[in-house]
Every structure is written in C-alpha cells, then in structure tokens.
Ligand binder design. Structure first.
Ligand SMILES: [Fe+2]
Length: 212
C-alpha cells in the first residue's frame, strides 16, 4: 500500500549554452547596466524595471527569444502536447535589483498569456537568484494541522536551484516573488510571457468524435 500523489506542480529549467549566453550578453550589455533605461516599478516593490516603458522597445527582445528558442521548444516537447501548438510571444522586460531591491508576491495572470519565463542574465558572484515560488494552498495544510504532524511533500516557499544563464518556464498563474538582493552588485533578470495555443489548423479541426 502506498500514498499516491496527484496534480504535481512543475517548472521547466535549463541552462543556455555558453554561445547563447554570450550572444545575449552582447545584445544587452551596453544598455542593461544603465539605470536610466529603467523606471521605478509600477508594482508594490522597489526593483527597477523596463516593463511597458518606452525604452523597453529599444531592447533586443526578438533576438533574445531566438536565443531561447531551443529551450522553449524543449519545454513544450517535455510537456507532451496533445495537439499541435504554436507559441505567441507577449511582453518581455528586464528587472534590475540593486542592493536591497526585491519584488513582491505576484502572478502573471493577464489575458493572452499562459506560460511565463525568467532568464538569469547577471547574478553577481553566482549568488542567490532570489526567485521563489509561493504555494498558497500550504496554509490549508497548516491550518488543519496536517503540515505539522506529517512529512508532506509541500511547503509554502519553493526555491528553484537555478543560476546565471538559466531559464525557467512555468504556468503564468503560479505565485512567485523575488527576495532582496544582498549583494553590492546588481542582479539583472529578464522576464517574458508566452501564449501557447493550438495551431489554427488544430482549432479548425472538427471536435466531434466520429463513431467507428
Ligand atoms: Fe514575475
């Protein structure tokens, strides 16, 4: 007899090749260390961001996506699509965390977005990247006492083991936050949203099952 688990939570994780990491460095290094390209965060936190700013349009997001293409394709492949799918890229932006900067609990639940990704562009001294998932339902296990009396495979905070040059892709509704940068050097990450949908051909297919 055993305890069976169901509905696991997940994220995709890979390390970009040295070539792609270098290519991304070359695309962005002349701009992303300059605080003037950033605006104060529109969120309830103190990190700097290019999110929906004028300067964001000047950053090489299409080239960045090309560098991520193999990882995105690999992620979709590993998720075992049941229909032919296409990826529609949405917003992409850079965040800069100077010492003490953090980002509050949030999700990327917006229309036309179901997967989100984060790329670890520059993590000083390969320190903590700061990224944490937050599992809301843990509070129910805590309230009921189950979390206290059993060794359950769930916790409120999940710290992915990622480093500079890594990418994570995860469902956009997953809550997450970024802990304060304790390093004197800034931490820079890139975020992006994707909308993965059935291809046009797939959605035009007659969904009515045919009888044998
Ligand atoms: Fe986020």
């Amino acid at each position: 007899m055993t305890v069976e688990m169901f509905c696991p939570r997940w994220y995709y994780h890979s390390t970009l090749s040295e070539e792609y990491q270098d290519q991304i460095k070359r695309l962005f290094e002349s701009k992303v260390y300059d605080d003037s390209i950033y605006t104060e965060s529109p969120w309830d936190c103190n990190c700097l961001t290019t999110f929906q700013s004028k300067t964001n349009m000047e950053l090489a997001w299409n080239d960045w996506l090309e560098c991520l293409r193999l990882s995105i394709d690999d992620a979709l492949d590993k998720l075992k699509p049941t229909v032919d799918v296409e990826v529609i890229p949405q917003d992409a932006w850079a965040n800069k965390y100077n010492k003490g900067h953090f980002q509050e609990y949030h999700t990327h639940e917006v229309p036309y977005c179901n997967l989100s990704m984060v790329y670890m562009y520059d993590i000083p001294d390969n320190d903590d990247v700061g990224f944490r998932f937050w599992y809301d339902d843990h509070s129910k296990y805590k309230k009921s006492g189950l979390a206290h009396i059993f060794d359950l495979p769930c916790s409120p905070v999940i710290i992915p083991k990622v480093k500079q040059g890594d990418i994570m892709i995860f469902p956009s509704h997953y809550a997450h936050y970024v802990s304060p940068n304790k390093n004197d050097k800034p931490r820079i990450t890139f975020s992006g949203n994707l909308f993965v949908v059935p291809t046009k051909e797939e959605s035009q297919r007659d969904p009515t099952p045919t009888r044998p």
